[in-house]
Ligand binder design. Structure first.
Ligand code: PMP
Length: 440
């Protein structure tokens, strides 16, 4: 594995060892769904900055938004001083939230998703006076101390001592490998019962949590959509017990799932919604939208030099306007279904695809060991090495796809939301070729 990467290390962004260097190329130009490297080779980008580039690379509206800020007299940085552009951006975001805009407040944070999740934890702790955050197995919320503590991936945090205390994990409904040995709706219901029982126990004497954080579709955890029934139960229980429900929409939000927020599918309304990645239209931005009754911070209680970045608001606004006015969500549903049905066809052809999962343009295939013994649910063991080989084969064929999942055995597809039908076919053709090379 290493030899492969080392051979191709002529290009690197950083000489730090922590960079995985899965895609050892240097990009010279990019347009839409396509990347071109310095050697002139083209790649279909199904990573798109981990879903950040909703409109693809160098979308004219996004590029023009940056140009128009630069051509105007707008300052590049104002800290918290507002500008007409910032006002317009905030208003646009407020209008996209469930219910009436007056029911929500926006807290802009530092540039990353982790920054916004940290703010959400801090605000939940301030509001409730409680300490505990409940998170779910397989969840991903960032790499800073607090967010790493709530990330349900031991590999990422095992060697780190002194993480944020008062974090409790509960099992996420991963129906393909449900921890209770029950799949589908039955497994989800059992897990919701467990959650309710656990929180009721907490209520009767131990520690009441400040908040519950979850992703409606786990991304890094392996593209696992939470069943609607489970999400509804989590909302009911947290509401009844007065526990703040934080939906981390950093990856699944902003149209990726085929709805503006991934939680909308279930009809629930959380207390806090965390946004980053695509909300900045390709430039760094993050924010937390929280219900107005949680607006307890005194002025200055949560500051940050680079919150409310002017250029990111321009690119974010251009992205939101496209999503709002140009049928992007409908398109995501159509091409997402096309991609998903193509993946299901490939699953029928290649036994190493254990499950096809996801919604909209947040899709993944779990790669399994066809020689292994099936578990209680009939699912075959994870095949992370095969997934690595498949990812490499895709890359060599000009397809960039990310790997994720609790054991790194899920190949993930997060193309720009503007991917065309023809480009979806090209993704499927390349994947078919790669599977033929690796999985037969
Ligand atoms: N939450 C989710 C759901 C994410 O997918 C990510 C990033 N992959 C984060 C939080 C952290 O965002 P960032 O890397 O910008 O800190």
């Amino acid at each position: 594995d290493n030899a492969y990467y080392l051979n191709r290390q002529s290009h690197f962004e950083s000489n730090a060892r922590s960079y995985p260097r899965k895609f050892p190329i240097s990009i010279k130009s990019a347009q839409g769904v396509w990347l071109t490297d310095v050697e002139g080779k083209s790649y279909l980008d199904c990573l798109a900055g981990a879903g950040t580039l909703a409109l693809g690379h160098n979308h004219p509206n996004v590029v023009n938004a940056i140009k128009s800020v630069l051509d105007s007299q707008l300052p590049l940085h104002t800290l918290d001083l507002t500008t007409p552009l910032k006002d317009q951006f905030s208003q646009t975001v407020l209008n996209l939230l469930p219910g009436h805009p007056d029911e929500w407040r926006l807290q802009f944070c530092g540039p990353t998703g982790a920054d916004a999740n940290e703010a959400a934890f801090k605000l939940a702790k301030t509001v409730t006076g409680q300490a505990t955050i409940i998170s779910f197995t397989g969840g991903y919320h960032g790499m800073t101390n607090g967010t790493l503590s709530t990330t349900g991936n031991l590999g990422a945090k095992n060697p780190i001592q002194g993480l944020m205390p008062y974090v409790q994990f509960m099992p996420y409904p991963y129906s393909y490998r449900c921890p209770l040995g029950l799949g589908g709706e039955l497994g989800a219901e059992a897990l919701a019962n467990l959650f309710e029982r656990f929180l009721d126990d907490v209520e009767s004497g131990v520690t009441k949590p400040a908040a519950v954080i979850l992703e409606a579709i786990q991304g890094e955890g392996g593209v696992i959509p939470a069943p609607t029934s489970w999400l509804k139960r989590i909302r009911e229980v947290t509401e009844r017990l007065g526990i703040i429900l934080i939906l981390d929409e950093v990856q699944a939000g902003i149209g990726r799932s085929g709805q503006f927020f991934a939680f909308e599918e279930s009809g629930i309304v959380p207390d806090m919604i965390v946004m980053s990645k695509a909300i900045g239209g390709g430039l760094p931005m993050s924010l937390v939208a929280y219900r107005s009754n949680l607006d307890v911070w005194q002025p200055g209680a949560h500051t940050g030099t680079f919150r409310g970045n002017q250029l990111a608001m321009a690119t974010g606004l251009a992205t939101l306007e496209m999503i709002n006015q140009h049928g992007v969500l409908e398109h995501v549903n159509v091409v997402g279904n096309l991609l998903k049905s193509g993946l299901v066809k490939l699953q029928k052809k290649y036994a190493c695809i254990g499950e096809v999962r996801g919604r909209g343009l947040m899709l993944g295939i779990e790669i399994v060991d066809t020689q292994g013994a099936a578990d209680k649910l009939g699912s075959l063991p994870y095949a992370p090495e095969l997934a690595v080989n498949l990812q490499k084969a895709c890359f060599n064929l000009g397809l960039v796809a990310e790997r994720g999942g609790r054991h790194g055995a899920v190949l993930r597809f997060l193309p720009p939301l503007i991917i065309s039908h023809h480009e979806v076919e090209q993704v499927l053709q390349k994947l078919d070729q790669a599977l033929m090379m690796v999985c037969q």
